[in-house]
Design a protein. Structure first.
Length: 265
């Protein structure tokens, strides 16, 4: 891709930790693309799956553009290490009903890889190899196992049914249950609560400086009521896993629209 290559600056690690093998290398950084370019393949996402696919396709003689919003292998891949634990954080993974990722052609000339369930080092590398084979028209031995159009009757039927039964349960239960608080004043600083107001069940967040944001508690995906996740400081939907920031902005899908703002902050 076009751009000026600059030396990367790996993050410093302290407290006697072991530096990740990925951080031993200075990956180049590129300026934003300033003009249109002609390529054979566009790879979206510079994690291990995208980087592997781009590398293998380049070796095969294809012109490849690798698009990454941040830093190459700068996500989970970039911090993989056997370091001494000094800090902990939370994360979410996408898991299919049978535990296997979806890797393959989603539509004509469109290849996707998702649902790694935290095993990105393994499945990401495999996805890169499978993407290379798909582009080159080569038969991959794993294509049927991970195909994206496989049905829910392939081994994860009970999990599929159980997850979908949760939806009507939460849809009704949360509306009949009591709200977390009856007044906005009851929401402590730095926290969020479901409050029963004139507008209905509302997701109310009070920032550390006292600023209050009031949104509808109805998830914009299929209408369940979100809940406050104190550990991640987010509004989470129990039905299908959508997550929203304290101000209602979408953090992760399947919801694509933010929570409806009811009152200005």
């Amino acid at each position: 891709m076009a751009g000026t290559v600059r030396a990367a600056h790996p993050r410093e690690m302290t407290h006697g930790t072991t530096r990740s093998p990925w951080q031993e290398h200075e990956f180049p950084r590129f300026a934003p693309l300033a003009r249109d370019i002609q390529v054979d393949i566009v790879v979206v996402g510079g994690g291990i799956a995208g980087a592997t696919a781009a590398h293998l396709l380049t070796q095969a003689g294809r012109r490849v553009a690798l698009i990454e919003r941040g830093t190459l292998v700068g996500g989970d891949t970039g911090h993989t290490t056997d370091a001494v634990v000094t800090h902990r954080w939370l994360g979410q993974v996408i898991e299919t009903d049978d535990g296997l990722p979806f890797i393959g052609e989603h539509a004509e000339r469109e290849f996707i890889a998702t649902g790694f369930a935290g095993n990105g080092m393994t499945f990401g590398t495999l996805a890169g190899m499978m993407a290379r084979d798909a582009v080159l028209g080569q038969r991959n031995p794993w294509i049927d196992l991970f195909r994206v159009d496989r049905k829910p009757f392939h081994g994860g039927l009970w999990q599929y049914v159980r997850e979908n039964l949760d939806y009507p349960w939460y849809l009704v239960k949360d509306r009949l249950g009591r709200a977390d608080a009856g007044r906005i004043e009851d929401v402590p600083a730095g926290e969020g609560r479901i409050v029963a107001l004139d507008e209905g069940r509302c997701a109310v967040h009070r920032a550390g400086d006292g600023t209050v944001t009031v949104c509808s508690a109805v998830c914009t995906h299929l209408g369940c009521l979100v809940r406050w996740n104190a550990a991640d400081r987010s509004w989470d939907c129990p039905c299908h896993g959508s997550r929203f920031a304290p101000d209602g902005a979408v953090l992760s899908g399947p919801a694509t629209a933010p929570l409806r703002r009811l009152r200005p902050a």
